[in-house]
Structures are given as structure tokens and as C-alpha cells.
Design a protein around this ligand. Sequence first.
Ligand code: SF4
Length: 332
Amino acid sequence: MFDEKDVILEAKHITRKFPAAGGRTLTACENVNLKFYRGKTLGLVGESGCGKSTFMRLLVSLDQPTEGEILFHGKDITKLKGEELRRNHQYIQMVFQDPSESFNPKMKIRDIICEPLLNFKRIKANEKDTAARRLLEMVDLPGDFADRYPHNMSGGQRQRVAIARAIALEPELVIMDEATCALDVSVQKTIIELVVGLQKKKNISIGFIAHDLGLIQSFAHQIAVMYLGTIVEVLPGEEISSRAMHPYTQALLGAVFDLHMDFSKKIEVIEGEVPSPLEIPPGCPFQRRCGRCMEICKKERPVLRNVTEDHQVACHLYQNGSGRQTACTGSG
Ligand code: SF4
């Protein structure tokens, strides 16, 4: 399904640590290895605060990793500076959860959408109106919305404007950070349909951050599951329900709300709290919440291994690379 020649961006051994009070270190993400393929969506899921956004911000050069490389068409963009860094922004764009925060409320939609086009000299000032109308229509908004201000629009309409602005420069990769979670469910659906439609038309790669596995599995080609800053499983999105192997992914799936679910049965919840990123335990980061924890899990960090060509898992239950479960010595 994924061809290596279609990799446009590869994160290699990405770690981001922050100094914290008392000389301690907060590890937001650690040794993350992920590939983004042309025209495909990679969904990054995990509970709030697991490091998803920190990782994705590194890809758009809003922050620098402590260790590791981000190869965009083979070139390490963590080393870019000055004009070279600025020019790289046109290829990798980001859509935030709340577009209002990234919009200047005193600017009209026309100016908001056209700002990146003018910055990179893609249009002249007298071409703004035509460009804004074309982009608004691309995200299914009327062209005359160009004359509005952000506060004259609904949340869903503002998110469409944010998408129009993000695709204005025809980027190769768009990172969407919980871009639909503040919207009503019906609006979420239309925004996802819009994104999927634009991806097909323009062959854009998308990195979609979400905490809602139910939403992301409906359209992501590949899903990476993050727990406490590390990737614990990567697998094809449409098969996550049938192929998930990691106990954390299975727990997330068990907690997905579904209108067709059997409400006479107990709804699964993931017991316990996520440990602090200031005190990540040795061994498996999920050990304190895992009902299948073994002695080895408390000592050795499981490595992300291939169980099949398109499926990787980091769990001591699956150590032989074949996907078959090794002997479990009981919970610890
Ligand atoms: Fe559970 Fe051990 Fe697997 Fe971690 S490595 S998820 S503790 S079984």
C-alpha cells in the first residue's frame, strides 16, 4: 500500500526534551520515527498531553528537536536557518484547532487568505480578490465571504478559511492539529469530507492529530498511536479495529463511543492516570495501566518492531517479529 519512493518527509529518532523546575527534564517525545507518504493521511492519536502536538510542531519548524532529523525530500530541515527556513514554510503548512487564534481579527478574510501568497510573491496586490475568491470556492464557501471579518463567521466557516489559507501555497504536507475537535459533530464530518476531497484533488499529504480514534480511523490511511511521547503502534487506518495488537491501542478502541454499541455492556475505560512526562518509568511507558504487564515490561523499554510490512508494535508480548504472542507470565 505504501511505496518508499512516495515518502516525502521522514522523522528519524526525534526527541524533544524541555528543562523543568528543580533541574528535572520533561520528555515530550522520544525517539519518534514516522514517515509521511505523498497523498496519504497519517493520523497521530493518543490522550491529551501525550506529545502529539509537540511532535507535529517540530515538523513545521515551530520548534527544534533536542535530537534527531526531519528529512524533507531527504534534506534535514532541522538545520535550516534564515531565508532557507522561511522558504521551507511554503511546503509544510499547519491548521490549528482554533483558527481565531491565528487570525488577526482586524483583517478581512481576503487579506487573511492572501497573506502567505503575498509574502512569497505568488500574487500581486491587485490579484488578491481573484485569488481569495478562488480559494474560498475551493473550500466550499461563497466568494463574497472575502469581505467578511473572522467574527462574522461560524466556527466551521473559520476552519474552512484556515484550510484555504493553508493550501494557498499548494504545500506538499498539511499538519492539522485537532482541527475539528472544537466543532459540532455534523460540521466535523463536512470538514473531514472537504479535507479528503482536497487531498484527492491536490495529492497533499496530511498529518492529522486527534484524540478521537473513532474519527481518525474513518479516513486516515495510516495511524500512529502515541503514549507518553513514544509511538507504540503504527498500522493501516482502515484495519485498526481488526488488527490492533498493542494493549493501549486496544484500550483506546474499547473506549470509542459508537451509536450502534451495545449499551447493556460495560463501556471500557482505560484505568489509571498517564504518568507525568517528568517521571517516565523505566521499561514500558504503559506498564502501570496495562493489565498484561510482565516482569520484563518493568525493566526493558519495548522497541517498535515490524510484525508485518505495514504494521509495527512496541510491546513485549510480540517479540519474535511474526505477530504471534509470546508467553505471558501474568500481570505484574
Ligand atoms: Fe503491557 Fe508489557 Fe506490552 Fe507494555 S510491553 S503494553 S506493559 S504487555
